[in-house]
Design a protein around this ligand. Structure first.
Ligand SMILES: Nc1ncnc2c1ncn2[C@@H]1O[C@H](COP(=O)(O)OP(=O)(O)OP(=O)(O)O)[C@@H](O)[C@H]1O
Ligand SMILES: Cc1ncsc1CCO
Ligand SMILES: [Mg+2]
Length: 274
């Protein structure tokens, strides 16, 4: 049975995603990433492979000025220290002043009270363009109990109503990752059916997805298109990488290759959106 609240035609088309990828590669947007210590190098490599330009400017002295000139900013709460948390506030302030799109990845929100407060206070400072997280993290921003550490204990389907509520109350796009990614601006919904379970066996795949969203937000006026394009590129590249991989290690290497090799046309024909 068809869900009556979902358009039979996806709110974002594969052709629009292909055009977004072509724009990303043509313009190599500068993506400022204030991310966690586990995934910083991996995130920079994912951005480079996709066609963006990474810069990990995450100290409180430089973060505001850099956010004014960056194409997009990622703020990820995976390993928040006092210094980097101050830098996150500075970056969001700079993003607001210059109109730079910014993406919040509230890693482990809900499970840990202090960082949940940090994530909510950043949203209060200036509404993010996109909030990206796994299902437990999205629920955690609205008072949920969080997942198992940085991993989700819920599915995107289970938190969809809360994702819509968050998108509407914060005037943002909420991107919930999982087996089927659910992306919403509160009214429109895009489901991305691509991906492979091995993506959960390499740390930082979701974190890198947030950085890709910041890159696409630099080249897309529509934040839902930006979030869909990032998710589509990562998951289609992952399917291609998984075909050749023996396990998580060779998959991670192959994923970087496929992010750089997949053409806009191949991306459009591989995407399964609803
Ligand atoms: N079971 C699955 N099958 C296919 N793809 C998946 C599955 N689970 C997650 N993915 C994909 O993996 C990517 C990361 O999503 P995930 O929900 O694992 O993020 P995360 O928990 O924030 O990751 P991390 O914090 O380790 O970076 C998304 O693009 C999603 O489509
Ligand atoms: C494993 C881990 N711990 C804190 S952040 C992080 C990366 C995945 O979110
Ligand atoms: Mg995560």
């Amino acid at each position: 049975m068809t869900d009556a609240s979902v358009d039979p035609v996806a709110a974002v088309t594969p052709d629009e995603v292909a055009e977004a990828l072509a724009r990303l590669r043509a313009t190599t947007p500068l993506v400022q990433s204030l991310t966690n210590i586990v995934v910083a190098q991996w995130t920079a490599n994912v951005l480079l492979a996709a066609g963006a330009a990474p810069a990990m400017v995450d100290n409180p002295h430089e973060a505001e000025a850099f956010a004014r000139v960056a194409g997009g900013v990622l703020v990820n709460t995976g390993t928040p220290y006092d210094d980097t948390t101050a830098a996150m506030r500075a970056a969001v302030t700079g993003a607001q002043a210059a109109g730079t799109p910014w993406v919040l990845d509230p890693v482990a929100a809900g499970g840990l009270a202090w960082r949940t407060g940090v994530a909510v206070s950043l949203m209060d400072l200036h509404a993010p363009t996109i909030v990206r997280g796994n299902a437990s993290e999205i629920a955690g921003l609205l008072g949920g109990l969080g997942g198992r550490g940085v991993d989700s204990a819920d599915s995107p389907e289970e938190v969809l109503d809360r994702a819509r509520e968050l998108a509407t109350s914060r005037r943002t796009v909420v991107a919930v990752s999982g087996a089927v990614d659910h992306l919403t601006d509160g009214e429109r919904l895009v489901r991305v059916h691509n991906g492979d379970p091995v993506m959960t066996k390499v740390t930082g795949v979701g974190c890198a997805l947030g950085a890709l969203m910041a890159g696409f937000a630099a080249v897309c006026d529509d934040a839902l298109l930006a979030a869909t394009s990032a998710t589509g590129l990562l998951t289609v590249a992952a399917e291609r990488a998984a075909r050749a991989a023996r396990g998580p290690g060779s998959f991670a290497v192959a994923l970087l290759d496929e992010l750089s090799l997949v053409t806009p046309d191949e991306l459009a024909s591989g995407l399964v959106l609803s």
